[in-house]
Ligand binder design. Structure first.
Ligand code: SF4
Length: 203
């Protein structure tokens, strides 16, 4: 299999940063189920994880001012590399005014076995947490996390924690889930004070 090293790729007017293949979930709708490419990029599957220095070097060669957002998001869960997101994010904030977003499944506290929201302070402007379902049981069915049934409550707790350290936190849900699940997501959004964004499914 020919594996390339796509660290940066464009999606519309945003620049995406791909730093890991690792993920504790196996979502039924994951774009990884559709092959190696996504969003027009040849291959997002990394042969090895790029070092912090390699990521920063790629970013420094790029005109960041032409993008609406710089987004940590790839073929895996960025917070598997929490320290890298924190370091690269802080570096980005020092060299560019373009907002930095983190797309995450919100399971960082379980991955690292400690509260982790504080470590994102000063590194990202927006944390977008995939809620994916309105209940722990449905979440387990849809995302199949290796941490089991406690994953859903942990991601909500992580998102609430992020509110203390990051300017904006949002929950996202894909529009293919049943309407009753979306309603439950709206209730969680109301209860936590975290905005809910309903995304179109992108195959
Ligand atoms: S959390 Fe993201 S990368 Fe991981 S399996 Fe789900 S959709 Fe794929």
């Amino acid at each position: 299999m020919n594996k390339k090293m796509t660290i940066l790729y464009e999606v519309g007017k945003n620049l995406y940063i791909n730093i890991t293949n690792r993920c504790p979930c196996a979502c039924v709708f994951c774009i990884r189920n559709n092959g190696e490419g996504a969003y027009g990029s040849d291959s997002l599957w990394l042969e090895r994880e790029p070092s912090d220095e390699e990521i920063i070097s790629e970013l420094e060669k790029t005109d960041l001012s032409k993008y609406n957002e710089i987004v940590f998001c790839g073929f895996g869960e960025p917070l598997e590399r929490l320290e890298t997101v924190a370091k690269v994010g802080k570096h980005l904030k020092s060299i560019s005014k373009t907002p930095v977003r983190l797309n995450t499944n919100g399971l960082s506290d379980l991955i690292h076995q400690r509260p982790t929201a504080k470590e994102l302070e000063g590194a990202v402007d927006i944390v977008s947490v995939s809620l994916n379902a309105g209940s722990a049981e449905e979440y387990l069915k849809v995302t199949r996390p290796r941490f089991g049934i406690g994953s859903f409550d942990a991601l909500i707790k992580f998102a609430e924690g992020c509110k203390q350290y990051v300017p904006k936190v949002v929950f996202t849900v894909v529009d293919v889930i049943p309407q009753e699940e979306i309603e439950k997501c709206r209730e969680i959004s109301k209860r936590t004070g975290i905005e809910l964004r309903i995304r179109k499914y992108d195959s």
